[in-house]
Design a protein around this ligand. Structure first.
Ligand code: GLN
Length: 305
């Protein structure tokens, strides 16, 4: 079916206007706490790089956990299946920053998208490249075609100053020999990676390698199609933390959320999406973002089911 995305996006934006309860911005990172929940943007990228958008789709925001997808792809490309010795691929059913499962699972986090798992992935990427946040930023710049993407120092510093929980996760895993770098080095890299600013347009384009079964924007291969399938599968089952089941139920797509209010999603073989709305629900997912993706797949029929 030939689909024009503009009318669909316009309709979704209109519906989101009427959304009264949009949740609250993340307040545990002070630099994010002031964001206005009324803001909204959404972009769809086709596989050839054409992007459609509505609302503030070109406004950069703090990507936060959305970057966990890119660091995972970059680490998997370099380390292959051995990466799965360090991190699992089961939904955690727990909040994104939870400590509880680590002790009885010997410091092997449940999946790469909870904070513990992302710390392990960033650790491996940094061990291999010596510049985990830099290679992640470079990848996002190359895939989005936007050389102006930057790491927001204020957000990185704000998170470092309030990073005790992530430090606890990292030190515990280090005690289990599942962290290779000194913990302060790892935390710096992790917080810098989370603090990359990008827009819906940038992120929809940068995610397109997952809809292209592993091929980058320049046609070169980052991942095998099997590895791209693995990442899409983990996004579907674990991308929205302890709300991953509800996200799959409502949206029906592999997705990944971040506490900056962004969510990316993949329609394999067809297109990629990014939505942004800084108001979060109790589990840390954008209220407007999940609603908009739910409406998109309902209106277009474009889901993996
Ligand atoms: N930087 C955030 C943290 O580590 C990312 C969390 C998120 O987006 N869910 O707490």
């Amino acid at each position: 079916m030939l689909l024009t995305f503009e009318p669909v996006l316009a309709r979704i934006a209109e519906e989101i206007e009427g959304l009264t309860d949009r949740g609250l911005p993340a307040d545990y990172i002070p630099a994010l706490a002031g964001a206005d929940p009324a803001r909204f943007g959404m972009a769809v990228a086709e596989l050839d790089g054409t992007v459609y958008g509505v609302g503030e789709w070109r406004q950069p925001f703090s990507t936060q956990s959305v970057t966990k997808v890119f660091s995972l792809a970059l680490a998997l490309a370099r380390k292959g299946d051995a990466l799965w010795d360090h991190v699992g691929r089961e939904p955690s059913g727990n909040p994104f920053n939870s400590l509880v499962q680590l002790e009885y699972e010997n410091g092997i986090p449940r999946n790469p998208f909870i904070n513990a798992g992302a710390l392990v992935v960033t650790d491996q990427l940094h061990r291999i490249t010596g510049d985990a946040s830099g290679v992640t930023l470079d990848f996002l710049r190359a895939e989005s075609g936007n050389r102006d993407l930057v790491i927001d120092r204020e957000v990185a510093e704000s998170e470092t100053a309030h990073g005790d929980r992530n430090a606890a996760l990292a030190y515990f895993m280090a005690s289990c020999d599942n962290i290779a770098n000194p913990v302060p080095t790892l935390l710096r890299e992790y917080f810098r990676q989370c603090a990359i600013r990008a827009s819906c347009a940038d992120l929809a384009l940068a995610t397109a390698f997952l809809a292209r079964h592993g091929l980058r924007a320049d046609g070169s291969r980052l991942l095998t199609s099997s590895q791209a399938k693995q990442i899409n599968a983990v996004m579907l089952t674990c991308g929205a933390y302890d709300a991953a089941g509800d996200f799959a139920h409502r949206v029906g797509l592999p997705g990944k959320s971040g506490v900056g209010g962004g969510i990316i999603a993949v329609v394999p073989g067809r297109c990629t999406l990014c939505v942004w709305g800084p108001g979060l629900d109790a589990r840390g997912n954008s209220v407007a973002g999940v609603t908009a993706l739910d409406r998109f797949t309902t209106l277009t029929g474009l889901s993996v089911f």
